[in-house]
Design a protein around this ligand. Structure first.
Ligand code: MN
Length: 316
């Protein structure tokens, strides 16, 4: 931690990065870090490939940059990113004089001058909460909102097994400091466009169940037909997971012709990160993902047969 604080204290211009296809924890940690560093008088920007989905409009989008401004940054900070390849706008990150990474992924490939990783933390935002405390940063409403978003996002609205007592402690402090929890949770977990629900209706009617495994598929043509974007299907995997008797939920989303993104969710005791690793991906025990080029029928067959090998490790 001391090293980390030294890096932060010694830099003036900070470029902030997170992973590609940023999820709530990625966006929350980047925005929280931005406001925290601003409060210490630093110049900073968050670099993304594109602006976030409009669902996140309660975050102030002014902090995001999608183009390189050619400024020299004396520190690049990669948040919530488990390895080098996952960092968005990597070409700008590479140019930063010093580089650090702050993360919570169980599998993290060190890729910076100083990688600060707490694998027991629920989210990168939970790690930042402790760091900001050390730095005596006043948690203003902007920081509280962003940190709460990450906590809620990575704990599935405080329902996954990574929801520790400390997560609830942090969430409480953030609410005290102005995080609008009902707005955030409603935007992220509840509110749907009518088109999304129509796509969901078709999706649910095509879910297949194999013992304790549930598998759902979203094809490009379905998304186009219902006028939905990729982000609209983020929560679909949780519908598969919510089916009684399903311990392992699989969502296959077509990205391009022949290319698929697979999201995995599981009940306590069922480790889907190993399943993701088999296919070149990674993540957490209860939530993992990978990208793959494969024939769809073959992909489904091998996913189901590999998933059947997962045994419950939880004795309790
Ligand atoms: Mn995360």
């Amino acid at each position: 931690m001391k090293n980390l604080l030294k890096f932060l204290k010694n830099s003036k211009n900070i470029a902030i990065f997170t992973h590609v296809n940023p999820d709530p924890d990625a966006l929350g940690s980047a925005v929280a870090f931005y406001h925290a560093m601003k409060s210490l008088g630093k110049n900073c920007s968050i670099f993304l490939h594109e602006l976030p989905n409009e669902k996140f409009s309660f975050l102030n989008f002014d902090c995001f940059k999608i183009q390189d401004d050619l400024k020299e940054y004396d520190l690049g900070v990669a948040l919530d990113s488990s390895d080098y390849k996952r960092v968005a706008k990597i070409e700008i990150f590479k140019k930063c004089v010093k580089k650090i990474a702050i993360d919570h992924h169980f599998i993290h490939d060190n890729f910076s001058d100083y990688d600060y990783v707490i694998p027991s933390a629920s989210s990168c935002c939970e790690v930042l909460f402790t760091i900001f405390n050390e730095l005596k940063i006043v948690i203003n409403k902007d920081i509280a909102t962003a940190l709460y978003l990450g906590l809620a996002g990575d704990t599935g609205c405080f329902m996954y097994d990574n929801t520790s007592a400390n997560v609830h402690f942090c969430a409480g402090k953030l609410i005290e400091n102005g995080a609008n929890f009902s707005l955030i949770n409603n935007k992220i977990f509840s509110e749907k466009k009518f088109n999304e629900l129509l796509l969901l209706k078709d999706f649910i009617s095509n879910i297949k169940i194999y013992d304790n495994i549930g598998l759902g598929t979203v094809l490009l043509k379905d998304k186009i037909k219902s006028n939905c974007v990729d982000y609209d299907t983020t929560e679909f995997v949780n519908f598969v997971k919510s089916i009684e008797g399903v311990n392992i939920a699989i969502l296959i989303k077509q990205v391009t012709r022949g290319e698929y993104k697979v999201s995995l969710r599981s009940s306590k005791g069922y480790d889907v990160s190993k399943l993701a690793q088999t296919f070149g991906g990674g993540g957490h025990k209860q939530a993992s993902a990978f990208l793959i080029k494969m024939n769809l029928k073959k992909l489904k067959e091998s996913l189901v047969s590999e998933a059947k090998k997962i045994r419950c490790e939880d004795e309790s």
